[in-house]
Design a protein around this ligand. Structure first.
Ligand code: PFF
Length: 454
């Protein structure tokens, strides 16, 4: 049998995992949900969710992968050969198909917007309504939307096709530093704009009156999405790690990088939006409808708009490859497929599943299920149902089914002394997985499917 692939370096793993975490969630979703939920107070709640639930669950996922050296289905099978738990792994693979199918679509918009930025189209707009009109026109053009969708899906397949070391790791080592440099440039541009202080205040001065049950739940749900938790992406990346690697420190670094980029994206975007005197709380259109107008008003806006959409594509690509890798690892490990075949066949299927999402804003705009178009339906199902459910089951599995003693012994292997020799830290990790995380996730889950309301 062929030797299973692995990371070439520790830093390669960190950058790839951070690349998975840092994505559209950080740059597109985080700023607009923070904008809608009152800014600083929401950011505070989000940080608590990341630290108290996201980090421990991330450690659990990486651990399952590293221990078993398998994709999510194989990982559950290796630790507990019951049909139910194997199906939980299978649910992760299904979530991979669904999330990637519409992720490709939004990333395709971003790719198309690099071209719009280069063409200087944004300078034709004076109001977000005009930019919105243009956005609507573009997404109603099937050739535009399907073309960029296909191009982005092709890019993702290209990276994953090249393998773990030569594709994902190398790609992340190039993309992540570039992403970091671009975001720092955009932050400097943002904070040096006149009136940027109002944007900073929006992010850092808390208005507690805006916090309610709903915003807490949005924050927790987003903590999962942004850290790529609940569907085995981090498990798959963990499976290419060596058993001597340090999981607690790695997870901490991944969380810090992800949070840093979300906050920097928030600073870059809100300083610019406030400086242009525009409304920060407009929802998903913030990036594609408000920002183009901001760039049109900004000194140097031409260059910064191009950089911004390149940033968005880099972030999306390094996440999309992790979604595709979950699917590919499953077919390679479980079905004995060769990587190239898995990438070509499955990448194409994911593209095809994404087509109705692509067309949700034009030819299929009238096709509604439960009042949602196809794009919104898949997003809702994956992000609000499959991820929290997966996260809940992973926490329960590690702490209760696989068992405390085994999990503790396993996670301590390779761990740095700050974790290994401090009983309260390791015991704290386990208690969160046992009690706190499942209860909190359960509440979010019931809320998100509408069973309870605050
Ligand atoms: N973490 C990614 C983001 O913030 O955009 C989204 C994501 C990637 C979710 C991979 C789940 C996943 F498995």
């Amino acid at each position: 049998m062929k030797k299973r692939e692995s990371w070439g370096t520790h830093v390669g793993f960190i950058l790839a995992a951070a690349g998975s975490a840092i994505g559209l969630g950080n740059i597109w979703k985080f700023p607009y949900i923070a904008g809608e939920n009152g800014g600083a107070a929401f950011v505070f709640v989000y940080l608590i969710c990341i630290a108290l639930i996201g980090l421990p669950v991330l450690m659990a996922e990486i651990l399952m992968g590293r221990e078993t050296q398998r994709n999510p289905v194989g990982a559950f099978r290796a630790l507990n050969n019951s049909k139910f738990w194997i199906a939980v792994g299978g649910m992760g693979v299904v979530a991979g198909f669904l999330i990637l199918s519409y992720y490709n679509v939004v990333a395709g918009w971003a790719l198309g917007y690099i071209v719009e930025a280069i063409k200087g189209s944004f300078f034709d707009y004076t109001t977000p309504a005009m930019a919105g009109e243009h956005f609507n026109q573009l997404v109603q053009t099937p050739v535009w939307i399907l073309g960029y969708h296909l191009l982005f899906a092709g890019l993702t397949m290209f990276v994953v096709y090249a393998g773990v070391k030569k594709g994902i790791e190398l790609g992340s080592k190039i993309m992540m530093p570039l992403l970091f440099v671009i975001i720092v440039i955009l932050v400097i541009r943002g904070i040096t704009l006149p009136g940027s202080g109002k944007g900073m205040a929006f992010l850092w001065v808390a208005d507690w009156s805006k916090i309610n049950g709903n915003s807490v739940l949005v924050a927790l749900g987003h903590a999962f999405f942004t850290l790529s938790l609940g569907m085995g992406a981090m498990m798959t990346y963990g499976s290419y790690m060596s058993r001597e690697d340090d999981i607690p420190s790695s997870a901490l670094q991944i969380v810090i990088l992800d949070t840093l980029i979300a906050l920097l994206a928030g600073i870059a975007i809100f300083t610019a939006v406030f400086s242009a005197g525009l409304n920060p709380a407009v929802g998903p259109g913030l990036i594609f409808q408000t920002l183009p107008v901001v760039f049109a008003k900004m000194p140097g806006g031409y260059l910064f708009s191009i950089l911004f959409f390149i940033l968005l594509v880099l972030a999306a690509l390094s996440s999309a490859i992790s979604l595709l890798e979950v699917i590919v690892a499953y077919f390679v490990d479980e079905k004995g497929w060769d990587r190239h075949r898995a990438v070509l066949v499955m990448g194409t299927i994911v593209f095809l599943i994404g087509v109705p999402s692509s067309l949700s804003y034009n030819l299929m705009a009238d096709v509604k299920v439960f009042g949602l178009n196809f794009f919104d339906l898949v997003d809702y199902l994956a992000a609000n149902i499959l991820l929290p459910l997966g996260g809940f089951l992973i926490a329960v599995f590690v702490a209760w089914i696989w068992g405390s003693d085994r999990a503790l012994r396993a996670i301590k292997s390779g761990a740095a002394t700050w974790f290994r020799q401090r009983h309260e830290v390791s015991a704290g990790w386990l208690s969160v997985l046992k009690y706190f995380a499942p209860v909190m996730i359960f509440v979010v889950f019931l809320y998100s499917i509408g069973i309870i309301r605050f």
